[in-house]
Design a protein around this ligand. Structure first.
Ligand code: ATP
Length: 473
């Protein structure tokens, strides 16, 4: 019962979590559409984040900025000049690579230790490393690469009718800048004192050279970002606070700690403006991959925007009567990567007995945290004759919970279908529930729990309270 990407991708496709984008036209490389279950899961991940980072957190507020921003934004943020990946082609087979990833993958496969983190390599150092170690093209095995050149990852388009440089705009490559550009607006309207944070969830776009691993690396994705503003000198404490908070959030949505790794950048890997950075990595079936970046970004971003815009972005500290630019701690998390981590972590195959031929009977079960499960419960009439009373229960409970209703196939098969999509509770309506002419029935239903498969009898009148308690997040 090995967990593989193939199994997870197949489940996603077959059960309506994730479809290949534009499929009827032969697709569009590395685009993915979220089906009826995928959209629920994705929304639930975002809701869980918003609940803990905004609703329940005393420091933070939310916002939702535009995807298109004044291009000066990207001058200030450094994305126009510096947001690029080292691109390289194989002259023989014409495959295109990121030089940094080529080196990392080759080192991983050949157990060669890098002398320093790959992000600390210059372009020349990458080229030398590839030559010294005679790293081959993973596609054709030859050693004939072009020079490395920098490729800017921002998507360009035009605003308005004329397609010229003056009208060029960019799809944002991260949501963070819309928080920085609104710093004064948010601080003024909320009358917040430092420290406070601003949270945002939204689409970002990056023209990645090598997207892949299903929804891990895509060109259109969503981010959940927090920019936490604090007084200079307190930043490292807040960095630790958010590092721990983020770790707990991941554990709280059910990820297993053994599948998580908090990798602190060492000094030479750090961006020049960052005092501390931790990459949260998750053990995907294809290896460790970055899930969340938490960084102490100092006053870099606001200073840049103040310089480029000419607007005063300082904060007046009423305690010290001083003006200064706040420091920023940024936890930045991808929605799709979280969804993929959640799916990989939850996927399980369990032997639950033997079939008639003595072969293992295996059930596939997504052990999703109930808060993330697309359906909170499934209403299952034991027989089609019981559709009506079952539908009554459905109509009442669907006001509070996202529900499935399934009346086709044997009850065993229906349980398995719900296990496979992570539905935490199956509610079966049987003949004892409703009785018949003389007998009023017990007005109870059987509630089966997904993980333990245990069943209890619950009065219909108590179902809502029962589910509310079990689903609390
Ligand atoms: P990588 O090294 O994997 O390209 P990054 O360090 O460039 O990622 P950040 O700029 O720190 O990533 O972005 C913050 C988060 O946004 C990442 O941790 C990830 O969860 C998500 N993210 C970034 N790029 C992508 C992408 N192409 N597809 C999906 N999610 C992404």
């Amino acid at each position: 019962t090995e967990k593989t990407m193939d199994k997870i991708v197949a489940l996603c496709k077959n059960r309506g979590f994730v479809f290949a984008g534009s499929e009827i036209y032969g697709g569009l490389a590395n685009t993915w559409d979220y089906g009826p279950l995928g959209v629920e899961l994705k929304n639930n991940v975002k809701k869980a984040w918003w609940k803990k980072f905004v609703q329940e957190n005393p420091y933070n507020v939310g916002q939702d900025a535009a995807i298109l921003m004044n291009p000066q934004t990207w001058v200030a943020s450094g994305h126009l000049s510096g947001f690029s990946d080292p691109l390289m082609d194989c002259r023989e087979c014409k495959e295109r690579f990121r030089a940094d990833k080529l080196i990392e993958d080759w080192c991983g496969e050949n157990s060669v230790e890098l002398p320093k983190p790959i992000d600390a390599f210059t372009q020349q150092e990458m080229k030398d490393f590839i030559e010294e170690h005679n790293i081959p093209c993973p596609s054709c095995g030859k050693h004939n690469f072009t020079d490395i050149r920098q490729f800017n990852l921002m998507f360009k388009t035009f605003q308005g009718v004329t397609e010229d440089a003056k009208n060029t705009v960019y799809l944002r490559p991260e949501t963070a800048q819309g928080i920085f550009t609104n710093f004064v607006n948010t601080q003024r309207t909320t009358r917040r004192k430092l420290p406070f944070g601003v949270c945002q969830i939204g689409k970002s776009f990056r023209n990645e050279i090598t997207p892949g691993n299903f929804i891990f690396r895509v060109r259109e994705f969503e981010q959940m970002e927090l920019e936490f503003f604090c007084k200079p000198g307190t930043d490292l404490e807040w960095f630790q606070y958010w590092r721990t908070f983020c770790h707990n959030w991941l554990l709280g949505i059910g990820l297993k700690d053994e599948n998580l790794r908090l990798r602190d950048h060492d000094p030479e890997e750090l961006c020049f403006y960052s005092k501390a950075t931790t990459d949260f990595e998750f053990l995907f079936p294809f290896g460790w991959g970055e899930l969340w970046g938490v960084a102490d970004r100092t006053d870099y971003d606001l200073t840049q925007h103040q310089n480029v815009s000419g607007k005063d972005l300082t904060y007046f500290d009423p305690e010290t009567n001083q003006r200064y630019i706040p420091y920023v701690v940024e936890p930045s998390l991808g929605v799709e990567r979280s969804v993929l981590a959640v799916l990989c972590d939850a996927y399980d195959e369990e032997v639950v007995g033997q079939d008639k031929n003595g072969k293992d009977d295996v059930r596939v079960v997504l052990r999703l945290h109930p808060a993330l499960a697309p359906y909170k419960a499934a209403i299952l009439p034991l027989s089609k004759k019981l559709s009506e009373p079952a539908m009554e229960i459905y109509n009442e409970l669907c006001k509070d919970f996202m529900l499935d209703f399934d009346e086709t196939g044997s009850i065993g098969k229906r349980y398995r279908r719900e296990d496979e999509i992570g539905t935490p509770f199956c509610i079966t309506v049987d003949f004892d529930t409703v009785g018949d002419g003389e007998n009023p029935g017990d007005q109870c239903v059987t509630v089966r729990e997904r993980d333990s498969m245990e069943q209890v009898r619950v009065p219909i009148s108590q179902l809502k309270a029962y589910l509310t308690e079990k689903l609390a997040y």
